[in-house]
Design a protein around this ligand. Structure first.
Ligand SMILES: NC(=O)c1ccc[n+]([C@@H]2O[C@H](COP(=O)([O-])OP(=O)(O)OC[C@H]3O[C@@H](n4cnc5c(N)ncnc54)[C@H](OP(=O)(O)O)[C@@H]3O)[C@@H](O)[C@H]2O)c1
Length: 288
C-alpha cells in the first residue's frame, strides 16, 4: 500500500474504502471484508447513517486479529446541520461514541456551508486534544480552499472532492499542491455514470496489463499522487480494486485518460443555487 504524508507530518494510506450508500445491514460485513482484503483507510460520515455499523466491522476485524486499531485510518465527517462551533464539538463526541473509538484519524467538514469557521475552531481543538489526529474539508472549491487556508491558523490536511476520469480536477490539483492540502478523491468511478466501466479507452488501456477499468482508474489516481476512496459491497471487487500496485500506466496511457476530461461534475455542482437551496432547506427544516 502506498503511503501519503500529510502537512501535519502524519501518514495515511493512499487507497481507501468508502461506505457511502451501503445499507446499514450490509455495512459491518462490508467493512470487515474490506479490512480482510487489505484496506486500512475506511471513510464514513455522520450523514451516511452507518457510523455504528462501520464501528462494528472495525471491532470484528480487530477482535479476529486481522489488524490493530493503530494500523487503521478511520475518517468521518461533520454535516452542514452540525457546522457550528458548539455543534461540532458535540458531533465529534457523538461519532466517537457511536463508532466506539478513542480517536478518529481524519475528521472532515463535509460541505462548505454553515459556520465552517466556527466548526473549524472545534476541529482544531479536537486535534489538539488528540481526539482527532488530522482534520480537513470536503467539497470546497479551490477558491474557497484558498480563503480557508489563508484565514485560519491551522490549515486543512485534506480536501475530499470528486475526482474521476470525467472530472479530473487538473487545475484544482495544482492549487492544492501550492497550498499543501492533499486531495482525496470521492467517487473515483463516478459511481459508473456515463458508462464509465465499459468505456473503450479505459478498457483498452486495461487490456494491455490484464487489468479492469476500475483498476486503471485507481492506478491513475495513485500515479497522480491523489488519495482515492473506492466503494463496493462485493468482496471480489474489493480485492480487484486494491490489486493495483503491480503495474504502471505509461505517459501514453495518461494522455489518453486526460482526453476523457469533461471538467464538470458527474453528479451535481455543490455551488449551484438549486443545490445550495436544497442544503439550506434541509438545514433549516431540521432546526425547526
Ligand atoms: N465527501 C463527499 O461528499 C463524498 C461524496 C460521495 C462519496 N464519498 C466517499 O467516496 C466513496 C466512494 O465514492 P462512491 O461510493 O460515491 O462511488 P464510486 O466508488 O465511484 O462507485 C461505487 C460504485 O461502483 C461499483 N463498483 C465498485 N468497484 C467496481 C468494479 N471494480 N467494477 C465495477 N463496478 C464497481 C459499486 O458497486 P457494488 O457496490 O455493487 O460493487 C458502486 O455502485 C464513498 O463510499 C464515500 O466514502 C464522499
Amino acid at each position: 500500500m502506498n503511503i501519503i504524508k500529510l502537512n501535519n507530518g502524519l501518514e495515511m494510506p493512499q487507497l481507501g474504502f468508502g461506505v457511502y450508500q451501503i445499507q446499514n445491514d450490509q455495512t459491518a460485513e462490508a467493512v470487515y471484508q474490506a479490512i480482510k482484503a487489505g484496506y486500512r483507510l475506511i471513510d464514513t460520515a455522520s450523514i451516511y447513517g452507518n457510523e455504528k455499523e462501520t464501528g462494528e466491522g472495525i471491532r470484528r476485524a480487530i477482535k479476529e486479529g486481522l489488524v490493530t486499531r493503530e494500523e487503521l485510518f478511520i475518517t468521518t465527517k461533520l454535516f452542514i446541520l452540525q457546522a457550528s462551533e458548539d455543534k461540532a464539538i458535540a458531533t465529534i463526541e457523538q461519532s466517537l461514541a457511536i463508532m466506539e473509538l478513542n480517536y478518529i484519524d481524519l475528521y472532515l467538514i463535509h460541505q462548505p456551508y454553515g459556520d465552517v469557521y466556527g466548526a473549524w475552531r472545534s476541529l482544531v481543538a479536537a486535534q489538539k486534544s488528540g481526539k482527532v489526529k488530522s482534520i480537513g474539508i470536503s467539497n470546497f472549491k479551490s477558491s474557497k480552499m484558498i480563503e480557508f487556508v489563508r484565514l485560519n491558523g491551522v490549515k486543512p490536511q485534506i480536501n475530499q472532492i470528486e475526482v474521476n476520469p470525467w472530472n479530473q480536477r487538473i487545475e484544482d490539483q495544482k492549487w492544492h499542491e501550492k497550498y499543501g492540502v492533499q486531495i482525496e478523491a470521492w467517487a473515483p468511478f463516478a459511481e459508473g455514470h456515463r458508462d464509465l466501466f465499459i468505456n473503450p479507452v479505459l478498457t483498452e488501456i486495461g487490456q494491455q496489463y490484464g487489468k479492469s477499468v476500475g483498476q486503471v482508474i485507481l492506478r491513475w489516481l495513485m500515479q497522480r499522487g491523489i488519495v482515492a476512496l473506492a466503494k463496493s459491497v462485493r468482496p471480489e471487487r474489493m480485492i480487484e480494486n486494491i490489486n493495483i500496485f503491480d503495474f504502471e500506466l505509461t505517459d501514453e496511457d495518461l494522455t489518453k485518460i486526460a482526453s476523457l476530461n469533461m471538467k464538470e461534475s458527474a453528479f451535481f455542482d455543490h455551488d449551484a443555487p438549486n443545490q445550495v437551496e436544497w442544503f439550506m432547506n434541509r438545514m433549516l427544516d431540521t432546526e425547526k
